[in-house]
Design a protein around this ligand. Structure first.
Ligand code: Q9C
Ligand code: ZN
Length: 342
């Protein structure tokens, strides 16, 4: 497992009190340091080039963002830049590319890009929801250019990854799977959104009602996520690793525990072992409680550093029945039954 990280991610400033704060970079640095102390590989990212970003973003949009260099700007009601942000956003996308490079070229089977700003809300032509460039989408587009035929993206951030879904909506070689709180920001991610044209069936949405617990996510994984990813047979798995579905998170309403995130990550590693020799890379998204963010990142590091094969240790079911997970799984199976067998 290789970690791609730099202390420079603290240089992207957001307004005081903004959830996506530079302190998140301090947490990422501590996790990277621990991995280095344990003898693991940690490398600094390169900067994504204009052409690498232009695989998923419009050139006009890239020029507009470039024009904010050296300035503080408000790009959307939630999305702000400081003078350094453009440069740092290029490093975030570059880190995702570098993690793919290591995992695909075979120096490591797992890669973890610890980045900010996050990416999954960024559309081809628009900054949104704290995101400037869509780091995961840039990573997937890069994987395709270096000969990876099929990529599965799993997005367990509490918000729907509208940007990622839209960028690949017509692409049958990119499976996008999202579990998210619904109804909630950004409002997309209905179960009926299954992809378009040749991409029909390759968008999988599992909208979960507020309050979902580990057991709801376990049901959604075992009944929908894992069966579809196994049938898709990806050559690489990309994880949009947001931790804002955590019970401690200050902005969302889910109740996933650190152990729940560890189990989802382990389930994903196991399916990557079955399909693609364990080739799995993660790029960070949201997660706004600093303690939960650090704890969950440490679990991703632990799982990524393991060999897989074991069954995921889901936290044992509590008193809350998985009604939200069952409802989401049933709706998804009904919306996607003509594309996948369950
Ligand atoms: N203006 C990520 O987790 N909240 N982004 C909007 C109404 C936006 C979250 C509230 C939340 C964006 C990467
Ligand atoms: Zn989020």
């Amino acid at each position: 497992m290789i970690v791609v990280a730099t202390e420079r991610f603290a240089e992207h400033q957001t307004p005081p009190g903004h959830p996506e704060s530079p302190e998140r970079a301090t947490v990422m640095d501590a996790v990277a340091d621990e991995w280095r102390q344990a003898g693991g590989d940690v490398v600094a990212p390169g900067s994504a080039t204009f052409d690498q970003l232009a695989r998923v973003h419009d050139e006009g949009y890239l020029r507009r963002i470039a024009g904010t260099a050296g300035k503080a700007a408000k790009l959307d009601p939630d999305t702000y830049t400081s003078p350094e942000s453009v440069e740092i956003a290029h490093l975030a996308a570059g880190a995702a590319i570098d993690a793919v490079e290591h995992v695909v070229r075979g120096s490591h089977r797992r890669g973890l890009a610890l980045v900010r700003p996050p990416g999954h809300h960024a559309e081809a032509d628009r900054a949104m929801g704290y995101c400037l460039y869509n780091n995961a989408a840039v990573a997937v587009a890069h994987a395709k250019t270096i000969g990876v035929p099929k990529v599965a993206i799993l997005d367990y951030d509490v918000h729907h990854g509208n940007g990622t879904q839209h960028i690949f909506v017509s692409d049958p070689d990119v499976l996008y799977v999202s579990l998210h709180q619904s109804p909630y920001y950004p409002g997309t991610g209905d179960v009926g959104e299954v992809g378009r044209g040749a991409g029909a069936g390759f968008t999988v949405n599992l909208p979960l009602e507020v309050g979902a617990v580990d057991e709801d996510y376990r049901v959604a994984f075992s009944e929908v996520v894992l069966p579809i990813v196994r049938q898709f047979r990806p050559n690489l798995v990309v994880l949009s690793a947001g931790f804002d579905a955590h019970e401690r998170d200050p902005i969302a309403g889910m109740r996933v525990t650190t152990g729940g995130f560890a189990a989802m990550t382990m389930d994903l590693l196991n399916v990557a072992e079955e399909c693609c020799a364990g080739r799995l890379m993660a790029v960070t998204e949201g997660g706004y409680d600093l303690r939960a963010f650090g704890d969950c990142l440490r679990q991703v590091v632990r799982v990524f550093g393991s060999h897989g094969g074991g069954t995921a240790e889901w936290p044992t079911a509590g008193a809350i029945a998985p009604t939200r997970g069952r409802a989401a799984a049933q709706a998804a199976r009904s919306a996607l039954g003509r594309f996948w067998s369950f």
